[in-house]
Write a protein that binds this ligand. Sequence first.
Ligand code: AHR
Length: 514
Amino acid sequence: MKRKKLFQVFMLAIASSITLNAQNRLTIEADQEKGAISRHIYGHFSEHLGHCIYGGYWVGEEASIPNTRGIRNDVVEALKDVRIPNLRWPGGCFADEYHWMDGIGPRDQRPKMVNTHWGGVVEDNSFGTHEFLDLCEQLDAAPYISGNLGSGTVEEMSKWIEYITFDGESPMANLRRQNGREKPWKVKFWGVGNESWGCGGNMTPDFYSDLYRQYATFCRNYGDNRLYKIACGANGDDYNWTETLMRKAGGRMNGLSLHYYTVPLNWNDKGSATNFDEAEYFATIRKTLFMNELITRHSTIMDRYDPYKRIGLIVDEWGTWYNVEPGTNPGFLYQQNTLRDAIVAGINLNIFNNHSDRVKMANLAQTVNVLQSVILTDEEKMVLTPTYWVFYLYKVHQDATLLPVSFTGNKYRHGNEDIDAVSVSASKDATGKIHVTLVNADLSNEQRIETQLRGISAKKVTGKVLTSAKINDYNSFEQPSNITVKDFKGATLSGGSALSVVLPAKAVVMLEIE
Ligand code: AHR
């Protein structure tokens, strides 16, 4: 009798696990197109902070590290391989202390300053406007310059734009020529202040809105250079900031930013980048998923003032923020990057894709050696992080057409909490290929997903996967290829429209359907 009971319990457990796994249902409307996913969603952010600029990009012309006019070749090549679409610079908090004229002219004559935000180190200004725009040209990426509204002047910002973009006779254009650049550069993306609610001046939304209107007036379009002016947006869930900015200055901006970082614990003790348990991992994913609510709610406010979605929501700082690596300068924000970061990146990028009617740009903080980097360097050595490989997998979405997806599926449960286990987005590229990016955040359970492809008869599916044995595995200078992209064999097509996918636990997958 007892054995019979045990058998029944066993069968019930199997049946319920089958039912659980049978719940994952995905529909991709392959013949419905929802508009373009701007390639600028795959943008990056690099600040004068720690070893992001100095050591990360800039080694100087005399360095033994292979470089082109002082800029590391290995870093440029790696970023070109993920098709970096734009680069935001010079900050961050640094931007509102930066005086651009200190960073032009002969390098040995440039004044030095103290980088008060980031470690109190000396900034010698050897990387300035010309070097940054050279970097963007080498990367074939659009520059996104963040102007100083916090401690600068209207005149200073206005002259910077004239210096960079004016082709005629003028004091600033002539100064540029004197410094070796005859033709102006094209700069479209222009930020008018950064985090003006915090390090950029601790302003109220009303005060900033008025200042924004003033500064933006003197951000001129020279020749055919058309600025896309980005106003400082909210800190996370400060919906009042968005409401005020849209009401008072919405008619004068092209983009409104949003900053949101994934901090597993709290701002005093953010948690370790590599040494964390499942509770901390779960909290990281839960907080990452909050990005969806943030974008939805900020967009709802923007929709009231801008129903035709003329103004882009620009998520120009996102990513994980942990305690710095032990023994490193606390002001340099240097952190390792594990498979957990790849999961976070995959989820965020799927969220941005699915909101690409409103999200027109996003910038991961920060490209090299700072926060959720895609690249780490140590002198001549370079490592591509798990986050890098997510950008590598997802580059197929750049400028592709978003396809609507609907998903019902399993939850990832930890303790008493449930969150979505699977995140997904899909697009169709110019050649008609469909790409689906999927993340399984669940640490232990694979996900079987029955997918219906509506409106097409598919002939072939291939895929790539990023995963590893442990969630805190990472690529080190000693083992740079510990985590890398591999071929994925877990997807099978039948009858042209039914696709079965077995997503491994803690994995990011990209499928290509032809
Ligand atoms: O990315 C690091 C800092 O985070 C930026 O300088 C600032 O804008 C934000 O608070």
